[in-house]
Design a protein around this ligand. Structure first.
Ligand SMILES: Nc1cnc(-c2cc(N)nc3[nH]ccc23)cn1
Length: 286
């Protein structure tokens, strides 16, 4: 169920860092279409040689993304297996991960953030309708295809990346490190259900409205686990309506979390609320 890409059709450029058990590189792939050679910029995600046993899960994550297509889901061109290297070939998304972008950017408006939040909610709604759980929703896995430009009121455009290797295969320490994005019930079951993505959506909303700052970033794994054992909540944002949506998503009882349709409805009412006017002051020059 995968397009196999020949290794010789891949060109490798610079390393762009690493994920859980993977290394990522910028690169390009060439293919022949009606006799013409096309070269496409791609992102090459390589599974660590010492985690070869995860290759099924690595490709499982990619195949999830290639079975369905949606404008806010990352495009996976295919896979390439060469000697001991397992490579996933993805579309290259120009501005990279949203968490880093938010940390670097100073003047990102409230409406820009709401637009991004709504795009993520639409992607989750699409997955929910297909009964597909993603399992790794976070700002690091949101890729910015278009920055959007405040002067021309051009809007941002994001793509949700693949979920990566499944929780069941990651060590307990990696799962603990994903607190508070990983839903509490996953720590016991290591199973990902649709409701888990709603919890993660809440945590990602918190990140977006805290300029990419990671929630609970200072806590070590033990204190992160206690955060769940004490049924704690993230610090509420000033904007109460948004804080309410986040706490609805981050309810410890999965069945009480809102549907994607409800999340989208609530985001729409926030977009039209006068909050933007009230908060226009935070983008005006002092
Ligand atoms: N599917 C993907 C995933 N990541 C990127 C990306 C783009 C960029 N400008 N800087 C980066 N730094 C790290 C990753 C990355 C692109 N496409």
């Amino acid at each position: 169920q995968f397009h196999m890409i020949k290794h010789e059709d891949l060109t490798w450029s610079e390393s762009l860092g690493q994920g859980s058990f993977t290394h990522i590189f910028r690169g390009s792939k060439t293919d022949q279409r009606d006799g013409v050679t096309h070269s496409t910029e791609v992102l090459l995600k390589v599974l660590d040689a010492n985690h070869k046993n995860c290759w099924e899960s690595f490709f499982e994550a990619a195949s999830l993304m290639s079975q369905i297509s949606h404008k806010h889901l990352l495009l996976v061109y295919g896979i390439s297996v060469h000697k001991s290297k397992n490579i996933m070939v993805q579309e290259f998304v120009k501005h990279g991960a949203l968490d880093l972008y938010l940390k670097k950017s100073t003047s990102v408006s409230v409406s820009w953030k709401l637009d991004v939040a709504k795009q993520l909610a639409c992607a989750l709604n699409f997955l929910e309708e297909k009964n597909i759980a993603h399992g790794n929703i976070c700002a690091k896995n949101l890729l910015l295809a278009r920055e959007g430009d405040p002067s021309t009121d051009n809007s941002p455009f994001i793509k949700l990346s693949d979920p990566g290797i499944s929780m069941a295969l990651l060590g307990k320490d990696v799962v603990l490190d994903r607190i508070p994005w990983v839903a509490p019930e996953v720590l016991n079951t290591l199973e990902i259900e649709l409701e888990c993505d709603k919890w993660s959506f809440g945590s990602t909303l918190w990140e977006i409205f805290n300029n990419g700052e990671a929630p609970l970033q200072g806590l070590d794994p033990i204190h992160k686990q206690q955060f769940y054992e004490h049924f704690s909540n993230l610090p509420a944002l000033e904007w109460t309506e948004l804080a309410d949506l986040i706490s609805q998503c981050m309810q410890y009882q999965p069945e009480l979390r809102p549907s994607c349709r409800s999340i989208i409805r609530q985001l729409n009412s926030l977009i039209t609320s006068d909050y933007e006017i009230l908060h226009a002051s935070d983008t005006l020059p002092k």
